[in-house]
Write a protein that binds this ligand. Structure first.
Ligand SMILES: CC(C)(COP(=O)(O)OP(=O)(O)OC[C@H]1O[C@@H](n2cnc3c(N)ncnc32)[C@H](O)[C@@H]1OP(=O)(O)O)[C@@H](O)C(=O)NCCC(=O)NCCS
Length: 209
């Protein structure tokens, strides 16, 4: 399989929201990615399975009036209506996404998720590396995040990529009042951090190949 990463665009909202709802079913309030795309501090990326496409509902076409011809000759109307409605468009199949908010020189990882049937193959790691690269491009000095105390899978992933626990926000999550673990990296441009990422990147290439 081959995968690629690119910036999230508005045409991705349908699939991204679907992945978000699957990954965070109890999250309240639910994330609003349409708003996030308009947020200047937010930067999101999507991970696509390049071997697959998906048909998603097309945005509603601008309302057009039926032509006089179709009003006079009703048998042409059906064809014209079919053409106007164009119900789906074919898109790249998105299997995961992640995003950061840039606040001064801090890149705050807001979300990361991989479709359930694609988990456990190194794609979460792929996204973490791409998110660190993005933070570097945006001149962040370090990265931070919050993760549910019960989410040990995500915590393992973050530990692997140099995040360490900095504190706890008691009752942070509104749905069940669960605590959030605050995690942060060292300087992401430091030699030690970059060496660690380089090694993990190499190991991942073999894992995902
Ligand atoms: C967290 C998530 C993105 C990980 O994605 P993934 O593609 O399954 O993860 P990977 O296959 O890249 O695994 C990377 C690391 O994560 C950890 N991990 C993944 N699955 C794990 C599991 N079942 N048990 C324990 N650790 C696990 C390990 O540290 C693993 O590294 P390893 O293979 O060297 O042990 C994915 O589980 C997900 O979408 N979860 C729901 C959303 C979520 O919780 N996001 C985090 C919000 S803070």
């Amino acid at each position: 399989m081959t995968y690629s990463i690119r910036r999230m665009v508005k045409e991705d909202l349908e699939q991204v929201t679907e992945i978000d709802r699957e990954a965070f079913p109890s999250q309240w309030p639910p994330a609003n990615y349409k708003q996030e795309l308009q947020n200047k501090t937010a930067h999101y990326i999507v991970l696509c399975d390049d071997t697959k496409t998906v048909d998603v509902p097309a945005a509603a076409p601008p309302k057009k009036k039926l032509s006089i011809v179709s009003l006079l000759m009703p048998w042409t109307r059906r064809k014209q209506l079919e053409k106007l409605s164009s119900p789906t468009v074919t898109q790249q199949y998105i299997v995961g996404f992640s995003g950061i908010w840039m606040m001064a020189d801090e890149a705050h990882l807001t979300n990361i998720a991989v479709r359930q049937q694609y988990r456990g193959k190194g794609l979460g790691e792929f996204l973490v590396i791409a998110t660190i690269d993005l933070a570097m491009q945006l001149k962040a000095s370090f990265m931070t995040l919050e993760v549910r105390a019960s989410n040990l899978i995500a915590q393992n992933l973050y530990h692997k990529y140099g995040f360490v626990q900095m504190g706890i926000r008691r009752g942070y999550y509104l749905d069940n009042r669960e605590d959030a673990i605050i995690m942060s990296t060292d300087s992401i441009s430091s030699e030690s951090f970059q060496t660690q990422i380089k090694e993990l990147r190499e190991a991942l290439k073999k894992k995902v190949a």
